[in-house]
Design a protein around this ligand. Structure first.
Ligand code: SF4
Length: 100
């Protein structure tokens, strides 16, 4: 069973990567290797509950609360500006290039 973690505000968050813009530098995988990993194609993907890479376009994974800072830092530092963190409830982006 996947346990949905909640961010400080009580909102569960999820993250996805737009591989079309990924430069493959691996910053996200350094910051949060539990959430992000580079595949042999040189692009980063989010990981599912069993550590498998989720390769469907727009695939999301929950952001574990203990890793929220690492995931947010990844989104801020991502040179491709392609890491999107959004609320699960209404799909509004809270960190990333489309956040307000
Ligand atoms: S930090 Fe951004 S551009 Fe770099 S590998 Fe991760 S998703 Fe791709």
């Amino acid at each position: 069973m996947t346990v949905q973690q909640e961010a400080p505000g009580g909102e569960a968050l999820e993250v996805w990567i737009d591989q079309d813009l990924c430069t493959g530098d691996g910053i996200c995988a350094q910051y949060a290797p539990e959430v992000f990993e580079l595949d042999i194609d040189g692009l980063a993907y989010v990981k599912g509950a069993d550590d498998e890479l989720l390769q469907a376009p727009g695939a999301t994974t929950p952001v574990p609360l203990p890793l929220l800072t690492d995931v947010v830092d990844s989104a801020k530092e991502c040179p491709g500006e392609c890491i999107h963190v959004r609320r699960v409830s209404d799909k509004v982006e809270v960190y990333g290039p489309d956040a307000e």
